[in-house]
Design a protein around this ligand. Sequence first.
Ligand code: PLP
Length: 447
Amino acid sequence: MDPLQKKDLENIWHPCSQMKDYENFPPIIIDKGEGIYLYDIHGKHYIDAISSWWVNLFGHNNKRINNALKKQVDSLEHVIFSNFSHKPAIELSEKILEVSPKGLSKIFFGDNGSSAVEISLKLSFQYHKQIGFKNKTKFISLKDGYHGETIGALSVSKTPLYSEIYNEILIQTIEVNSPNCFRCPYLKTRETCNTECFLEMEKTIKENHQDITAVIIEPMVQCASGMKMYPKEYLIKLRELTKLYNINLIADEIAVGFGRTGKFFGVDHANITPDIMCVSKGLTGGYLPLSLVITTNEIYNAFYDDYEKLKSFLHSHSYSGNPLACSVAIETLNIFKEENTLDKLKHKSKYLKNSVENLFKDLDYVGEIRSMGMICAIELVKDKKSKEPFDFKDRIGYKIYKIALENSLILRPLGNVLYFMPPYIITNQQIDEMINIALFSYKKFFK
Ligand SMILES: Cc1ncc(COP(=O)(O)O)c(C=O)c1O
């Protein structure tokens, strides 16, 4: 083990890891990044196929974003955001509203995805209380949904692997089965689907609406549970029904926002406006932690009164609205606009989808290939016909991940789902390089 790795393990507890695994598989120490590549301290390169936990959009060491950051750091690094403001936050707010769904008009700043989710849950609850709906205290969220790991966010996340052990201390929420298009319980295919699975949501809302303050969802793709993709009609129906019963719709765009699904936001596929929208990750192009909770005037106005009425939203984070993070977020939005990113992604995502399908479709353990925009996922199954999953304890994905790493590719599968979610600047040639290493790793494992 390298002395730096040894020192790392002496002091550091890494996220989302069993630290015992590091005995034989110490952390790779990254020294620098360039485009889609990361380089370790020995100069070995790795393709960042997962955009460093889905945050990087325009590559590592992006010159435009670097310059924006350098410029900002020379004038203002941080300032308290209560009673004070600054140009980067003001400019970012204007720019983000330009690309947000119509009707969203007020922005509250957080500093990471989970904090944005916490803010959205508190906002919805307090909003309903202040407009006289005191019974609206419950949240609905979808099975297999993931919204972060703080206690509130984990309460609405329905991925038992992360949340189950904390059940006794989580807030009670209502769980509804999510669309499960690969293993549709109504025996429909993506082509014959008529969103039959929405019936359960409809029934739950109709029976409990007096108590429900909000439904929180990941629009179009449930990312952390294995890139589970579902049709826009589900979102359209959900928007109609939540409106009818005075329930807030919270769109968690933290993973899918900023072009990842091919539209600027996931909700844009359905052309709907949520009451509250959470964004983070790609917001800063993968540079700095920042999140925004974007909401309507209607919600904002329910908090707007004389101080003594105690209606304020008394929520804050020390680094709220950090100017450095805002300045790189502005540059990220500038790149989108000036470089026609969404248009360019149309061709690139088609190339990614076709290339993965050509190479993987007929392999023995490939159950489904699903793709949307710059996300392409391969679900591995024990049996192609019955779709029987591999036991997660076999850690098939993890074993393929280790082979891929040896061969310069960072895959980091979700259980038995391999996926590609690369930075948008990846070239077609690099896409070939990425999926060929994945194919080699798959074949080496199953040989
Ligand atoms: C949909 C979604 N919501 C919330 C979060 C939490 O964000 P963070 O890790 O920044 O707290 C994530 C993180 O992966 C996510 O995918």
